[in-house]
Design a protein around this ligand. Structure first.
Ligand SMILES: [Zn+2]
Length: 430
């Protein structure tokens, strides 16, 4: 490193919060002490409470995110066991129309681009309720889902999507290859962030992938999280937050090359990375992969100071949200929530928003009806509740689905109801 480079890193390291931990980097085992953002104490965001548990003690864990100055992986300090999180997972992908549509478009594209046939084998890691693999099944392409949450795996089987209830890693991959189930295409959507043993997981992908096979993985893009104040996408179930730069290094360490990348609008801005075996010359690295890497470097993704500036952005977003809610309640306006996604729970807990600001929320997933949001104890009802109570504002927690939600609930305008979207900056839609 040049002398000026050293000085720059030293100065920015002082400017950002330091908090030594005993944890090591999930990928490179480097020391974690540089705080990216501290969101205080928060409960597990998918532990929706039944009424019988409201007067019991509720576990809260620190929600502190670090950046590794060696490999630039942004990550939580590890302390919650994945078994505790995933045995009864409440998120059913099929409850979002736009997500099912996303799956259908992806299937058409990938079958066409990589020439998948009835002789191919497609494996999806964290296949959820089969929302995606069902489209391959209807095209006659053999599939296997791997899904650790038994209740959602059962829903997949009902869609004729064969599903193995297991955590994926090297051991699982080795077993599948021995059974003749190596993959031409491996899909992992919104799972990489939730994997505590990232080297075991990506190492497993390298084992399971046939020569000439392709991997596509989607995850929220750190660049967009930072640019658009998406701090609420940080929660205990998401251990890592990836840039193209850090994911390239992780896959490379396991003999996989990211030969292409797409920037998608899903989840507030995601990447779809395409990987192959490093030596596969049939899949040359594309110009857009090289361009994104260069863009992230130009953005300062190898500079600690760039990461350290995020906390102030988050605090300013919180103040904006609270200012709106305080004003609305002062004016005697009623505010109802829409949705009960994980991200909503981070936002509400970090901002300290309870039933004093948001009376109730609604969700399309019947699993959540009659339950309460973790930490804030805001009750969750079926969507009918909106028409019954006619709130002045509908506060949209899954802001990434705001267009779909505003269309489905356009009827609130009949009584002068308005939509509120908190991220990237609070905005009211009359
Ligand atoms: Zn690292």
């Amino acid at each position: 490193m040049s002398k000026t480079g050293q000085t720059k890193v030293a100065e920015t390291a002082i400017a950002m919060a330091l908090r030594p931990t005993t944890s090591r980097c999930l990928f490179c085992d480097g020391e974690l002490s540089n705080v990216f953002v501290d969101l205080g104490m928060s409960p597990l965001c998918e532990s929706f409470l039944p009424e019988s548990e409201l007067n019991k003690m509720e576990p809260f864990y620190p929600l502190v995110v670090y950046v590794c100055p060696k490999c630039w992986l942004v990550q939580l300090e590890k302390f919650v066991s994945p078994a505790e999180i995933f045995t009864e997972y409440a998120y059913f992908s099929s409850y979002s129309d736009s997500w099912v549509e996303h799956g259908r478009n992806y299937t058409e594209m990938v079958i066409d681009r990589f020439g998948l046939t009835t002789d191919s084998h497609v494996v999806e890691l964290a296949s959820n309720d089969g929302y995606l693999l069902q489209h391959f099944v209807s095209r006659g392409v053999p599939v296997l889902g791997v899904e650790p949450a038994a209740n959602v795996a059962k829903a997949a089987e009902e869609k004729n999507v064969p599903t193995l209830v297991e955590f994926f890693g090297k051991e699982c991959a080795t077993k599948l290859v021995a059974e003749g189930k190596a993959a031409d295409l491996i899909i992992g959507n919104n799972v990489l962030a939730q994997v505590p043993g990232i080297n075991d997981f990506v190492g497993g992908i390298a084992i399971l992938l046939k020569q000439g096979g392709v991997v596509t993985i989607e995850f929220p893009h750190l660049l967009r999280l930072m640019a658009e104040n998406q701090f609420d996408t940080i929660y205990h179930e998401h251990f890592s937050y990836f840039s193209f730069l850090s994911s390239t290094a992780i896959f490379k360490a396991h003999g996989l090359r990211l030969f292409d990348v797409e920037e998608l609008p899903t989840h507030g801005g995601s990447l779809r990375i395409y990987a192959c075996h490093d030596e596969d010359s049939t899949l040359p690295t594309t110009e857009r992969a090289r361009e994104l890497l260069a863009r992230e470097e130009a953005e300062g993704f190898r500079d600690l100071g760039r990461y350290g500036a995020f906390q102030e952005q988050v605090d300013a977003t919180k103040r904006g949200i609270l200012e709106f809610l305080i004003q609305a309640r002062r004016e005697g306006k009623s505010v109802a929530g829409y949705g009960a996604p994980g991200k909503g729970n981070t936002l509400l807990n970090y901002c300290g928003i309870r039933t004093d600001f948001i009376e109730y929320t609604v969700d399309r997933n019947p699993y959540k009806h009659g339950r309460y949001l973790p930490g804030t104890h805001i009750p969750i009802f079926a969507p009918d509740r909106i028409a019954e109570t006619k709130p002045d504002y509908l506060f949209i927690l899954p802001w990434n689905l705001k267009d779909e939600i505003m269309k489905q609930n356009a009827f609130i305008r009949e009584w002068g109801g308005q939509f509120v979207v908190p991220i990237p900056e609070l905005r009211v839609y009359p």
